[in-house]
Design a protein around this ligand. Structure first.
Ligand SMILES: [Zn+2]
Ligand SMILES: [Zn+2]
Length: 187
């Protein structure tokens, strides 16, 4: 009997999306396999850490041994799990959860880079990231709970939120000088 060969045969595998955050990936895996956060932690033998990681509470930081054990259960190499967390030296903000609706429309997942302290616009679409639903003002839930891809309050789809995103100018300074500019255009 093969035990250590990767994913358990009774679990559904979930393919990670490029750039997907750990929270979103774990939520998809649990949803697909009807597992609770604690159930998944138990299965991997790593205890009650999954729920904290899904909220991006990474103190204490996950260990190599934990990710190797988790990777075996979810069927993903531990290197891929590390890639779902911020790159080394990259500061992260876990609140508020942010979103680019245009990205979500192309590939329905929460990107880890949206939570970087240094990131405030989508580098792909040059749109300002949303930090709450622009229609109803609800905060976005942790990505592990994004299974349906809708705002939890007004049910607008995340991809349709792209229409509400403001274009980002090339730098923060530019957008400020736009607002502060005393020059009035004569029409
Ligand atoms: Zn985008
Ligand atoms: Zn809403």
């Amino acid at each position: 009997m093969m035990v250590d060969s990767g994913i358990q045969p009774w679990l559904f595998e979930v393919e990670p999306y490029p750039g997907e955050s750990l929270s979103h990936f774990l939520g998809r895996f649990r949803h697909q396999n009807r597992l609770t956060a604690n159930g998944l932690g138990k299965m991997a033998g790593i205890g009650a850490v999954i729920g904290r990681w899904e909220r991006f509470h990474l103190n204490p930081y996950p260990t190599k041994a934990q990710f190797e054990a988790l990777g075996k259960v979810v069927g993903v190499a531990s290197e891929q799990l590390w890639a779902m967390l911020p790159a080394k030296g990259e500061g992260m903000k876990c609140d508020p959860i942010r979103l680019c609706g245009a990205c979500y429309g192309e590939s329905p997942c929460h990107r880890i880079e949206w939570q970087y302290k240094s990131v405030w616009q989508c580098p792909r679409h040059h749109l300002k990231l949303l930090s709450k639903c622009p229609n109803c003002g609800a905060k976005f839930k942790v990505p592990a709970l994004w299974n349906d891809g809708f705002c939890s309050r007004c049910h607008l789809s995340f991809s349709s939120l792209a229409n509400w995103q403001k274009p980002a100018s090339t730098s923060k300074r530019d957008s400020q000088s736009d607002i502060q500019s005393p020059v009035k255009r004569i029409t």
